[in-house]
Design a protein around this ligand. Sequence first.
Ligand SMILES: [Zn+2]
Length: 274
Amino acid sequence: MIHEQTIRLEAACSGIGLHSGAPVNMRILPAAAGTGIVFRRTDLDGFQIEANSRNVAKVSYATSLMKKGVLISTTEHLLSACVGVGLDNAIVELDNLELPLLDGSAQPFVDMILNAGLRKQRRPRTYYRIRRDLELHEGDKFIGVYPGPGYSVSYAIDFPHPLIGKEVFEVELKNMGLIRGASMDNVIVLTEDSVLNGPLRFQDEFVRHKVLDLIGDLALLGRRIIGRVVANRAGHAMHTAIVSRLLKDPSLWEETTDEHLPTPLSATELRATL
Ligand SMILES: [Zn+2]
């Protein structure tokens, strides 16, 4: 049985929102077991927005949460980092509407959480174990969730750009997870036929970033999945659509504290996999 975890010490960073350009200070604070990830707007009297599917706002280029007209924008990289490091419960304070972009990946969030440390809590972590297939199609876009051991995500993209084209990337999240692999990417600015701010760190950097975004969006379930997720050219809207479909139909999954996760990989194995 795996227990829920919170952050041991508070962690802070500052940056600029990608889409709003707004400067923002962010703090991650410990929270009680069962809290989940809760955002708090310190510039709006501490108004709180829970990171769950009920609060998902219009979604296009990034995932935003909205409650009573209050917005929190671009949550996916931080939420992906939380899943990756195993942070279940935290208050995330922001003094503006968008999370800081930092280097465009989840890596700075992973580092700040791991530097602050994690504290194991009494409550066992609950999972949604997928029991039946669920597939969503939208034109040539696709996302599906299937029963399976552990938590694996496979993403395929086919983008009309000479540097991208067809790419497939698959990760399996085992306890600590391979999020570091999925997260070591950046915001990539494309021109007609090259990368403006390249070089790419990985040949498959684009699809790795899609995996990162998908894991962050699936975190809006409020529970980790035990199952297999397959996506093909999907985006934030389809990621969050499958989350709400899953929550609407409890016959698709069962709640369990029996994670059936294989032994976590060692750091050496982790690097070899990447
Ligand atoms: Zn992203």
